[in-house]
Design a protein around this ligand. Sequence first.
Ligand code: ADP
Ligand code: MG
Length: 438
Amino acid sequence: MKRWIDLQPHLRQMLGTEEYGTWIRPLSPVRLEGSTLVLSCTNDIVTDWVRDHLLRDIQTVARSHYGPDFHIELETPNGSHAPQTASVESSSTSTTGRHASPQMNPAYTFDRFVIGPSNQFACAAAEAVAERPGQAYNPLFIYGGSGLGKTHLLHAIAHRILHERGQRLRVVYMTTEQFVNQLINCIRRKKMDEFRSTFRAADVLLLDDIQFIAGKERTQVEFFHTFNTLQSAGRQVVFTSDARPADIPGLEERLRSRFLQGLLADIQPPELETRCAILREKARAIGWQLPEDVVLFIARRVQKNVRELEGCLNRSVAFAQLTSHPMTVDLVRTALSQLLPDEHRTSPPDVIRFVAHHYGVRVADLKGRSNRRSIALPRQVAMFLIREILNLSYPEIGKIFAKHHSTVIYAVDTVQKMRQSNPDFDATMTSFREHFES
Ligand code: ADP
Ligand code: MG
């Protein structure tokens, strides 16, 4: 069972701690039959999910450690073997000339990549590489968290080289998982020459998610040679990774230092402005124009992952279409209610407490009747912030303060006018808003 235990850190690295905990930890090794490791799990749901979604990946990881003939089988709780074992298939995208391969998403172009401070550098580096492959930065290593546009940029490089510039360069795009699978296949079929010539003929090699190579020694050796051949021939290599080279565990030192030879470019989670611009762009691409308050509502709630941001947009659009309701904040709130857990949400009392503290007044005063300016202004600010941050309706806010909704409208309006005429006040309001966003 040592074999299974030894794989654990690599599986955790591949899947992330959460998924690992959910799907891998419940599995236990039952026996090793020759080169077949049999796993089982008492939970049917986990068993089914793993079989349908993860077995191939687990297999790939296992084979990269224990050789191409290693098998993993999943036993169902009643004792029968799972009908299918995972199979490794080979696929790659190598393409020359005007047509990118089907594996490449046609929407992932530079035109459609929204630039902001968080990704500007990586995007500029990617464009430079696409303009002058092999000359600008080699290798280019783009890293950043999940769903922040790494794959998008990688495809954009391919599109730019292939169609927009019409160069007749051989571009090979591949996920590192595919690279590993193909390598394993070629070793098994004793076709290493073919493998080498495929890669070594590339003018541009784009390898997505290179962190997947972590801990796979045999793959790293082969990869090192491929990489050297390409680089010394002046061919361009671009990697993406979810971690910087120093943070990829089990990476050979010589590979790590190669990754650092060129340019390292990070992508950070986008700021609010950029998130809004991305939402507008994604909506435009599917023929929608969102009201600005809807854009803000979604952008404020999803902060760390553009893929999730897009998911929220798509869900909202589907919801509007299915219910034939117009796209409003209320509709979006309903559409996303299950996706955005309540406990992370700021509540009106949070905002009121914060404002009371800032102005040195009591919560009871803000909710009370006094119209002294020292109380009225903080109260107006609290109403404004609740409207801005939580998007509650005027009557809903009125209820919280036991005031008529016209008072809330007046308060929001007053604060807005003050922001326009008083830059210091405006800056304070911005910092309040940011306080609740992070
Ligand atoms: P990663 O490879 O970093 O996990 P992806 O490149 O797959 O992320 O991006 C996830 C989704 O977010 C894609 O649909 C991509 O188009 C979109 N996306 C990410 N960043 C941007 C951006 N700056 N502008 C437009 N779309 C973006
Ligand atoms: Mg990606």
